[in-house]
Design a protein around this ligand. Structure first.
Ligand SMILES: Cc1cc2nc3c(=O)[nH]c(=O)nc-3n(C[C@H](O)[C@H](O)[C@H](O)COP(=O)(O)O)c2cc1C
Ligand SMILES: CCCCC(=O)C(=O)O
Length: 358
């Protein structure tokens, strides 16, 4: 593996057009999906030299899961559209890497089957389940019980989707249903019927309080872009938020996540774990996010590309590649330890007079 953009090209060429478009697409004019990528390129790292070895490590305890490095898999739907082994291949690869997979509520494999496969590879594997709170709260509660029983370590609640984003590619391709034989496996009722995933447009903070009182699992709110919402998350005793614009697939025209990260890190003030996703495609992108205050980053589409091109090994290669690049960027920046990874690493015209780190 040389670069994630090569891998993306390979994957897009392999996949049927409707599926490739579903995976890569954003909503409406895809302004935000593109901004996520471009904004990383617009930030520059500001290295120091002659500072000796990086003596630190990059591992992290993320709400009880031990990761070798702060890169995890964002929840993405329908892995069997990318590879016949679907989420099982993804989960095994990530378990092998000592990383963490956030399983989508819309996975094609049931959460119990995924955790079982991951823990077989690595008993300490990190698996969280992502949910959309369903209008049917009893169903939601049953799914959370299943996540707890199958030993998931966290519950990610996606809150940027009161309604589904308008994906023009999917409309053009008439992509509105899974091919025969594929299902949203978590949506199966005890009577064997598969439900559709609904979006509850009336969700509010009382529902989050309800959820918090209905599970012992750490709750991670996904889809936060505003500092006021960070403050509310802290007030509601949540453990973590994911700064995310859903890969530019929900509201188009919102800021790139890396642009809002500094403001949100300021609001968080170390009181809540900050994850960020959207447009991370290299080790230096990861380093930029860590420097600006993220505790860890998540990758969405690159996982799909690895899966499509080479199944389990492809996903493993994506994580290994980013880990290696991250370490290399850290060394090239002259960081000696984890504390040197701070906002002084980012060059902007505004911080030329800021105190350089170290
Ligand atoms: C194909 C695809 C499916 C996704 N499915 C979900 C999902 O089921 N639940 C969710 O919360 N986010 C979902 N997302 C959003 C991702 O979790 C993540 O926020 C985004 O992909 C990060 O951006 P990146 O792809 O540029 O890394 C999906 C994204 C993609 C590309
Ligand atoms: C009901 C499937 C949700 C998948 C999703 O969140 C996405 O495609 O972005």
């Amino acid at each position: 593996m040389i670069s994630l953009s090569d891998l993306e090209k390979q994957a897009l060429a392999l996949l049927p057009k409707a599926h490739a478009d579903y995976f890569i697409g954003g909503s409406e004019r895809e302004v935000t999906a593109n901004a996520n990528l471009q904004s990383f390129d617009g930030l520059q790292l500001w290295p120091r030299v002659l500072r000796g070895n990086f003596e630190g490590d990059l591992n992290i305890d993320l709400l009880g899961s031990q990761l070798d490095y702060p890169i995890l898999a964002a929840p993405t739907a329908f892995h069997k559209l990318a590879h016949p082994e679907g989420e099982l291949a993804t989960a095994r690869a990530i378990a092998r890497c000592n990383s963490l997979m956030i399983v989508s509520m819309a996975s094609n494999t049931a959460i119990e089957t995924i955790t079982e496969a991951a823990y077989e590879v690595n008993p300490r594997a990190g698996i969280w389940l992502q949910i959309y709170i369903q209008p049917d709260r009893d169903f939601t509660r049953r799914l959370i019980r299943r996540a707890e029983k199958s030993d998931c370590k966290g519950l990610v609640v996606t809150v940027d989707s009161p309604v589904f984003g308008v994906r023009e590619r999917d409309i053009r391709n008439n992509f509105s249903e899974l091919p025969e034989g594929l299902y949203c496996a978590n949506m199966k009722d005890p009577d064997g019927i598969f439900r559709d995933i609904d979006f509850d447009s009336g969700l509010n903070w009382n529902d989050i309080a309800w959820l918090r009182d209905n599970t012992q699992l750490p709750i991670i709110l996904k889809g936060i872009l505003h500092p006021e919402d960070i403050r509310l998350a802290i007030q509601h005793n949540l453990q973590s938020v994911m700064i995310s614009n859903h890969g530019g697939r929900q509201l188009d025209g919102v800021p790139a996540t890396i642009h809002v990260l500094p403001l949100l890190a300021q609001a968080a003030d170390g009181r809540i774990r900050l994850l960020v996703d959207g447009g991370i495609r290299s080790g230096s992108d990861v380093l930029k996010a860590l420097a600006l205050g993220a505790d860890a980053v998540a990758i969405g589409r690159p996982v799909i590309w690895g899966l499509a091109v080479d199944g389990e090994q492809g996903v493993q290669a994506v994580f290994q590649h980013l880990h290696k690049q991250l370490l290399s960027s850290v060394r090239l920046c002259g960081c000696r330890n984890r504390d040197d990874i701070n906002s002084g690493l980012i060059f902007t015209p505004n911080n030329q007079e800021a105190k350089p780190y170290g």
